[in-house]
Design a protein around this ligand. Structure first.
Ligand SMILES: [Zn+2]
Length: 1081
């Protein structure tokens, strides 16, 4: 396992979890970068929910993200203008029961325990399959978003990445579904609301979700067949493709390593935060499975043999080692029938014993580890050190109450920018941003980790001293009553709201339950919170804040000798050395080969490619179950919306059941802001929440937000509007509160907008450093999003604006701003005030409210008071018509893998929007680009995105070993579309999959938000219905027409590659003058 490993999902959701570990998954991305542009990293917000913390698991809450700021903006994007799930979230209703007891026996199960979980209005039953020992948790409730998951314990003993490669490989064909990638077929043609796989340091999870029952059963069957009967254990080609192989196209050339996981992990190992997470974890757990990397170390992956790979599967992918999860409103009897059909084919094996995760004994003495990470050359490097202090908190199982208390402690110390440990580190000026995610409890033993990055070497000891002195102070002084109340309200609100964003609620519960279940502990315990919370409140009453928290800080952290301090030093040579070592290793391999060997390797390379390029036979494709077009609702679902006006502003109301929560957004027209001030907007938004007013310092302000609301956030959002040159661009203030807190919510939103004073130079400097460091992390870990923003900035005004506030231009602006804050702070403060003065106005302002009718009506007077406080003047729109120069760029960063983008505006080339474009985009992504860029090319991801508002069509690759070859694949898309003969089945599948995307599942707040975005963009229900009909009637003709449109991208498209210096130089050598070179990191 490498540290990064908690779990890892799609290429685009490079969301790190609390410790900078990454989510790993096999899947292609849902492209979500450009459309509604948000502040910096929050475009990945939808995936944060996976992160698990004691008690906040699945709630999106975590240390390091002020709840008030980061709770998920709905992940639906305006790009999906047709979207909206057909069915709403259901109000709680009386309990259902588990399976019939007769059937349970008959199918060979025994009921271990049944509980009614009041917190989620669910009946949960744990069964044991008698013959194999497999365990099944069956959760029955009214949630239509059904979830299935099967989880195996897969602790590795080395860093060859076996669990990770297996996770990819089992989805490449199975007994009943003998095609190359049934998984991709499901992506193409299912209504799934979730489909992925994760590798943790000690387990592998295969979850699916759908609201359509037949679709759900189809997904479950494909997954069960895949894990128990995969073809990859009989076919070395899958192992080579997903894991690693030597590639040799011509005996005269050099041998290279190829493989999807191999390149994925090269990308992971190129990210400094991930390096730190991995080193910290391995050094903290030298004696158990967490001391190695389940994801795979690129230098060790090539040691893995096919034999070891097969053996690992047969041992651990066995019912005796399986935990199965069902959740939702489907029939509990049918669940047992489905699963028993698979389990009955196996006997018991010893895996359950062998896969137990051993406990790491606690150290007697603290340790220190110093490692290097690769950076580009530069004077900046002196301040690029990282330091983190890590503790393993216990070697015994903690009782639920201690866990809960530690969760609160974590939130109190780090949960918001005003939390004392976070504040002390940020204000120290010793580093740029905080690393280490506080308390992490997803693995066998809980850990605590905290540190800083962007530190000068000589300041490392000062960071350590500061951490200790702050902890000591907190242990001695405790926390203020206001702080405790704010944390309590934030956590309770979040538990009660259970808003998992676009992540299925049932999956969030599964991951939470698994944190105990996997280690043989009570799987029900993590599902309950009401009683422990009540009891905890009583303890706070009787023992006092200090009485509860001081012993925890003292015993688990300060006095705990199991401490590892990790220093990471920048090294401009390391990248080159790593590359040289790989080249030497491959040269040695080649030197050891005879002519015959080389000829054989060339043949094998060719054989693999041929196999990858040969399409699946139609019979095999038929094996994967799919819905029929008749199963698809013909009408697009609508959201209730009532448009009114109040005090000269527009008010939108959505009457939806929200369980007593009011969701509110106020949108101010950002087009009133002068273009040269735009890069300051993200920091303006941050300052509103983190600088304080005349009466309240920012700590008090953020505690007040925590105590009175479910959170407030402020962020900009910009999109092109079809048929208009002017973009739509707003700054949103967004908040939520229980219905009874409506007055407080609007009063606080007003305070944040009007009363905040931009007078804290020191804090503002920290914001700048923090944003700079975040942007640098984004360039090295998510180069595709930087490339996409850059391309968009060259092709339309909306893109230009977004790039100013979140792209490379933004990073460059921040580097200058750092100096300007020191040299001329008054002018910066003046600019912040100017933005506010230009922005705040009733004119053009939109208020959006989502709740039930009664709450909406009650809110009216509070909205009126809020609007009364806004000026009537201002809001004057200025001219923004700007673009980045239309040149191809090679952006140089220290990396082992590339991010390659190419884009063009197909509206300019005469293309007229038709719903078929969505289907075609999906087909290109899941067939042509998947096959060429990922399967054959070895990149972790290859995808395309069509912005139906601007007309910009973008190709992108992710963690890509190639550059020019990938561009050629993009260009060949035209040819692919022209020659494509789409079979009826394939077309139907693509149409259904597209409808699945369009009807993506949404919780009520997301529905209200989407409806507002459509209103803003002028998209009517009639237009959505028209697009839906166009999707449903897509024909081969449409593909050919689209090919003509893409011809213009091929001919006139612009290129941005985020890549290593060597690869950019090689590209320019092969195609002289291709890329204008620009060093970024
Ligand atoms: Zn992977």
């Amino acid at each position: 396992m490498h540290a990064q490993a908690a779990l890892r999902v799609t290429p685009l959701c490079v969301a790190s979890n609390a410790r900078g570990w990454m989510l790993r998954g096999v899947v292609r991305p849902r492209v979500s970068f450009a459309p509604v542009r948000r502040l910096g990293s929050s475009s990945f917000a939808g995936h944060r929910t996976i992160n698990s913390k004691i008690f906040f698991r699945g709630t999106g809450l975590r240390a390091g993200s002020i709840s008030a700021q980061r709770w998920n903006p709905p992940s639906m994007t305006v790009r999906r203008e047709l979207s909206l799930s057909p069915v709403a979230v259901v109000a709680p209703s009386p309990a259902k029961t588990g399976a019939d007891s007769e059937l349970v026996k008959e199918l060979g199960f025994e009921e271990v325990q049944e509980q009614f979980v009041d917190e989620y209005k669910s009946t949960a039953t744990l069964y044991r399959h008698k013959k194999t020992g497999a365990e099944i948790m069956s959760v029955v409730n009214d949630d239509e978003n059904k979830v299935f998951g099967i989880v195996f314990r897969t602790p590795p003993t080395d860093s060859t990445g076996i669990p990770h490669i297996l996770e990819h490989s089992v989805l490449c064909g199975s007994r009943k579904y003998p095609l190359k990638e049934p998984f991709v077929e499901l992506l193409k043609g299912s209504l799934q609301t979730f489909l992925n796989a994760f590798t943790y340091p000690d387990r592998t999870c295969y979850p699916v979700a759908s609201t359509n029952l037949q679709d759900f059963y189809n997904l479950v069957d494909v997954y069960l067949d895949a894990v128990f009967y995969p073809r990859c254990v009989n076919d070395i080609h899958t192992f080579q493709q997903e894991g690693w192989h030597y590639e040799l196209n011509d005996p005269a050339e050099d041998i290279t390593f190829k493989g999807v996981v191999f390149n994925e992990m090269k990308g992971v190992y190129s990210q400094p935060d991930n390096v730190l997470g991995r080193v910290s974890q391995q050094a903290s757990f030298p004696d158990n499975t967490y001391g190695v990397d389940s994801g795979g170390d690129p230098t060790v992956i090539p040691d893995l043999t096919f034999e070891q790979f097969k053996e690992f599967h047969s041992k651990f992918y066995h019912p005796s080692n399986a935990r199965v999860w069902f959740y939702g409103d489907d029939d509990p009897n049918q669940r047992l029938r489905i699963i028993s059909a698979y389990l009955d084919e196996f006997d018991n094996n010893a895996a359950a014993k062998e896969s137990e995760v051993k406990v790491q004994p606690l150290f007697k003495e603290p340790k220190r580890v110093v490692e290097k990470y690769a950076v580009g050359d530069g004077a900046e490097n002196a301040r690029k050190h990282m330091v983190a202090i890590n503790w393993v908190l216990s070697d015994t199982v903690l009782d639920p109450e201690t866990e809960l208390a530690l969760g609160f402690l974590d939130h109190l110390m780090l949960g918001t920018p005003g939390s004392p440990l976070r504040k002390a580190l940020m204000e120290s000026g010793l580093g740029e941003s905080i690393i280490g995610g506080g308390i992490e409890d997803e693995l066998r033993q809980p850990q605590f980790s905290i540190g800083l990055k962007g530190v000068a070497e000589e300041d490392i000891p000062k960071v350590e001293e500061l951490v200790f002195s702050t902890l000591k102070r907190l242990s001695e002084e405790g926390f203020s009553a206001d702080a405790v109340e704010a944390s309590m309200n934030t956590i309770e609100f979040s538990l009660r709201e259970n808003n998992t964003g676009s992540f299925p609620r049932g999956l969030s519960l599964m991951l939470r339950s698994m944190g105990k279940w996997l280690y043989g502990l009570d799987p029900f315990e993590p599902l309950r919170f009401a009683k422990p919370l009540e009891h905890f409140k009583q303890r706070l009453q009787s023992e006092g804040v200090k009485g509860v928290f001081s012993p925890l800080i003292q015993n688990y952290i300060i006095d705990n000798p199991h401490r590892v301090t990790v220093e990471l030093h920048p090294d401009a040579e390391k990248g080159k050395i790593d590359e040289m070592q790989e080249a030497e290793r491959l040269a040695k391999v080649k030197a050891s080969m005879t002519q015959e060997d080389l000829a054989e390797l060339t043949r094998a390379t060719e054989e693999l490619r041929l196999k990858q390029e040969t399409p699946d036979p139609p019979e095999a494709l038929k094996a994967v179950p799919s819905l029929a077009l008749s199963d698809i609702p013909k009408k697009s679902a609508t959201v209730p919306i009532e448009v009114g006006s109040l005090k000269g502003s527009t008010v939108l109301r959505h009457d939806l059941f929200t369980n007593d929560v009011l969701y509110a957004e106020v949108a101010f027209d950002m087009r009133a802001v002068r273009p040269d001030l735009l890069p300051l907007v993200p920091l303006f938004c941050q300052s509103l929440l983190e600088m304080g007013t005349a009466d309240l310092d920012f700590v008090q302000l953020s505690q007040l937000i925590g105590r009175k609301t479910g959170g407030i956030s402020v962020y900009p959002s910009t999109s092109a509007v079809r048929g208009r040159t002017e973009p739509s661009s707003h700054i949103f203030i967004k908040g939520k509160a229980m219905a009874g807190q409506t007055a407080d919510l609007f009063d606080l939103m007003r305070k944040v907008l009007q009363d905040v004073r931009f007078n804290d130079q020191g804090r503002f400097k920290q914001f700048v450093l923090q944003s700079k460091s975040r942007m640098e992390g984004r360039v090295s870990g998510g180069g595709h999003s930087v490339a996409a923003a850059r391309l968009d900035g060259k092709l339309n005004t909306a893109g230009w604006i977004s790039e100013q506030m979140g792209g490379l231009s933004y990073l460059e602006y921040l580097r200058d701003l750092e100096k300007r804050v020191d040299e001329d702070w008054p002018s910066v403060a003046e600019s912040l005030n100017e933005i506010r003065n230009e922005l705040l106005s009733r004119k053009g302002t939109i208020v959006n409210l989502t709740a039930d009718e009664r709450t909406l009506t009650n809110a009216e007077s509070h909205v009126a008071a809020f609007l009364d406080a806004m000026p009537e003047t201002g809001g004057n729109i200025v001219n923004w018509d700007r673009r980045l120069p239309l040149v191809n760029e090679g952006l140089v960063i220290p990396t082992q893998v590339n991010y390659v983008g190419k884009a063009g505006n197909i509206y300019d080339a005469g293309y007229k929007l038709d719903g078929s474009a969505y289907v075609i985009q999906k087909v290109i992504g899941t067939t042509w680009l998947w096959d060429r860029v990922r399967v054959v090319g070895g990149a972790y991801g290859g995808f395309c995105d069509f912005d139906s508002h601007s007309g910009v069509f973008t190709y992108l690759s992710y963690r890509d070993p190639n550059l020019v070859k990938t561009l050629d694949n993009y260009d060949a898309t035209v040819q692919f579309l022209r020659q494509l003969e789409v079979h009826n089945d394939a077309l139907t599948k693509a149409i259904i999959g597209t409808i699945g995307d369009v009807d993506s599942y949404q919780l009520p707040d997301a529905k209200g938000y989407s409806s507002m975005m459509r209103y803003i963009m002028g998209i009517t229900d009639e237009e959505r219905q028209q697009r839906r009909e166009e999707i449903l009637s897509t024909s081969v003709k449409d593909f050919h027409a689209f090919a003509d449109a893409l011809e213009s991208v091929k001919e006139k498209g612009v290129i941005v590659a985020v890549a290593s210096a060597d690869d950019i130089a090689a590209a320019n050598k092969e195609r002289p003058g291709l890329l204008e070179v620009r060093k970024v990191l």
